[in-house]
Design a protein around this ligand. Structure first.
Ligand code: THU
Length: 141
């Protein structure tokens, strides 16, 4: 699976975004180390805070199907009636990535489409992060 194809899948799933409140649509395609792809879109809510981002939709789908090992995620955004845009993941999504992914090797593909993207590591987008290792070997109170 090359990143151009992963980006294509993000573009496709973005069409399913449910965004009656912001009108900003995001698609994400999450690649497992085994080569499977889980796709997600943002799903908004009338009460606002229950809304979920595309990236977390993809992670929740994958983890709930038993996947724990990931190599990359492609993300694409843009207004419903406008061109595709680069959509850097929000802070909460970066932290969710940190839970399951190695910051130095997990790659985040951002850009305006399959022909125009850049590749970042998670540690570039979330430096000095707090993760599962910080809670290992802690005595419980
Ligand atoms: N959104 C995502 O899906 N991913 C991000 O990382 C940034 C924001 C969504 C949430 C909301 O539905 C819309 O974009 C506007 O914030």
């Amino acid at each position: 699976m090359d990143y151009k194809e992963l980006m294509n899948q993000a573009v496709e799933i973005r069409k399913r975004a449910y965004t009656p409140y912001s009108g900003y649509q995001v698609g994400a395609a999450l690649l497992t180390k085994a080569g499977t792809v889980f796709c997600g879109c943002n799903v908004e809510n009338a009460a606002y805070s229950p809304g979920i981002c595309a990236e977390r939709t993809a992670f929740v789908k994958a983890v709930s199907e038993g996947e724990r090992e990931f190599s990359a995620i492609a993300v694409i955004g843009g207004k419903a009636d406008g061109p595709l845009e680069s959509a850097p993941p929000c802070g909460i999504c970066r932290q969710v990535m940190r839970e399951f992914c190695d910051p130095d090797t997990f790659e985040i593909i951002l850009g305006t489409g399959p022909e125009d993207y850049q590749v970042y590591t998670l540690s570039q987008l979330l430096p000095m992060s707090f993760g599962p290792d910080n809670l290992r070997n802690q005595e419980t109170v």
